[in-house]
Design a protein around this ligand. Structure first.
Ligand SMILES: [Zn+2]
Length: 113
């Protein structure tokens, strides 16, 4: 199941790039099937043009257990390569606190709903 740290993030999910939305659905399904864990969305759009969040191409998730999160990161990067020198899930320890950052390639996406 997909849960939200803040209710307004649920509305933002309707505006993200379809590829990152599909990836989130895959991750949520995988976490439930394998660990009976829900995923918690902590951030989607961010007002920083240097970030993939700005373009609707990234979603942050709260860490599962450290081991599960590292396994998930490896699996996603193997199955869904970002392309080029970046990763679909970069190292967990970045930003203000460890988290799972999912990102996809694509044109900027700001779907109006
Ligand atoms: Zn992020």
């Amino acid at each position: 199941m997909i849960l939200f740290k803040y209710p307004e993030k649920q509305r933002e999910l309707a505006r993200v790039h379809p590829r990152v939305r599909s990836l989130l659905d895959w991750v949520a399904n995988y976490c439930w099937q394998n660990w009976q864990e829900d995923v918690i969305v902590t951030d989607i759009f961010r007002d920083d043009p240097t970030s993939t969040h700005y373009y609707g191409r990234a979603i942050d998730l709260a860490l599962l257990s450290r081991a599960s999160s590292e396994d998930l990161r490896t699996l996603i990067n193997d199955l869904f390569p970002y392309g080029g020198k970046h990763e679909t899930v970069p190292p967990l320890d970045h930003g203000t606190a460890p988290h799972i950052h999912l990102q996809v390639q694509g044109e900027p996406y700001h779907k109006e709903v």
